[in-house]
Design a protein around this ligand. Structure first.
Ligand code: ADP
Ligand code: MG
Length: 263
């Protein structure tokens, strides 16, 4: 609920984008090709503020491309993507500013190897948000505490476990005060015993009201944390429903087939 979210990174402190009923993220008729391959087909997707959308589907169905398109790491061929009512431009300063509203966490942790965990988290706020060093460090320490690795701040990424590195990557993304967080298979590269510590941080973030798009094969997380499950296959959204409906009343053969293989 909105009250829980006061003062959190996703809270803009204004009614803009909420009161008018407009979704925080809106994709309309988004298409993307790689050569002959049509990887995103007429994707329509609305994500409300505070909503957690879990995207599932077979390998190669376009889930990563969808995430990358939302962050404009990947240009689209047609359609529109809006974040908080603003249409994403193709390039330029405006794009950099809007892109900073979207935090992204990848399968591979993507931390800067030659910077400490603390420096990894302060870099963006100092460079992009023009935050002072002391303030950036204070914020970084609070975020690292929040994801449970405050005591690792002075270490380098290679000195941390995979689960700790991924939690640092989440802290780094949160440091930019994004309006929406994208997670692309954040636990797929982790040893099994480290999956839960990352999912717990994500569950907590969801509970606090962060708007999230999560690509994952962790169906327990989807059931627990998602407001909406989106099932993709061959570049299309084939099914979109609440987790209970999606898992207990799967409508399409393609989704049934997929679920029978992974559960
Ligand atoms: P998913 O994340 O669901 O596994 P992806 O979005 O990574 O799917 O990929 C969708 C399809 O696009 C796949 O067939 C993949 O091989 C192809 N693809 C992804 N990235 C590229 C690229 N940069 N160049 C060409 N083909 C790509
Ligand atoms: Mg992928």
């Amino acid at each position: 609920g909105a009250d829980l979210r006061k003062g959190l990174p996703g809270d803009t402190g204004s009614a803009a984008g909420t009161g008018d009923g407009r979704p925080l993220v809106r994709l309309e008729k988004v298409n993307k090709h790689f050569g002959q391959l049509h990887v995103l087909r007429d994707i329509d997707l609305d994500i409300r503020r505070g909503e957690v959308v879990v995207v599932i589907g077979p390998s190669g169905s376009g889930k990563s491309t969808l995430c990358r398109a939302i962050n404009r790491l990947e240009p689209i061929d047609s359609g529109t993507i809006e974040i908080d009512g603003q249409r994403l431009p193709e390039e330029g300063k405006e794009l950099a500013r809007l892109r900073a509203d979207v935090g992204m966490v990848f399968q591979s942790f993507n931390l800067f190897a030659h910077k400490t965990i603390l420096q990894n988290v302060t870099l963006g706020p100092i460079k992009v948000r023009k935050m002072g060093k002391a303030e950036a460090e204070e914020q970084a320490m609070a975020l690292l505490e929040r994801v449970g690795i405050g005591h690792q701040a002075a270490k380098y990424p290679a000195q941390l476990s995979g689960g700790q590195q991924q939690r640092a990557a989440i802290a780094r993304a949160l440091a930019m005060k994004p309006k929406v967080m994208l997670f692309d298979e954040p636990t797929s590269a982790l040893d099994p015993e480290m999956v839960n510590e990352v999912l717990e941080v994500m569950t907590e973030l969801a509970r606090e009201g962060m708007t999230m798009i999560v690509v994952t094969h962790e169906m327990g997380f989807a059931r627990r944390a998602a407001d909406k499950v989106v099932f993709m296959a061959d570049g299309e959204i084939v099914e979109e429903n609440t987790p209970d409906e999606f898992f207990d009343n799967t409508r399409t053969e393609r989704a049934k087939d997929f679920l029978s293989k992974i559960i």
